[in-house]
Design a protein around this ligand. Structure first.
Ligand code: SF4
Ligand code: SF4
Length: 86
């Protein structure tokens, strides 16, 4: 059986969907445990895991030019680190 994988979009070739959003997700970097669940579920592939502090785990970082505000990331985060704001 073939293993699954995460398809990374080439955002430079994608239409910018950020204008559609009526709400945007905010990540509480202190709560984020770096599990990458939000990045796996985001339908726009616009969540990157980046180093927030030198000695810390990677944290979720959202590209608002492509986030369409669907709220999936808020729903799947196991520690409620993401909140949708209008
Ligand atoms: S609100 Fe939707 S599009 Fe935006 S980062 Fe979360 S899952 Fe991705
Ligand atoms: S799902 Fe939540 S805890 Fe996991 S990386 Fe995303 S924001 Fe962080």
């Amino acid at each position: 059986m073939e293993k699954g994988g995460i398809i990374k979009h080439d955002l430079s070739k994608s239409p910018k969907t950020g204008d559609w959003a009526y709400a945007k997700p905010e990540v509480d970097k202190d709560k984020c445990i770096g599990c990458e669940t939000c990045a796996m579920y985001c339908p726009d592939g616009c969540i990157e895991m980046i180093k927030h502090k030198e000695d810390a785990k990677n944290k979720a970082d959202i590209d608002y030019e492509f986030c369409k505000g669907c709220g999936v990331c808020e729903q799947v985060c196991p520690v409620k680190a993401i909140s949708m704001r209008k």
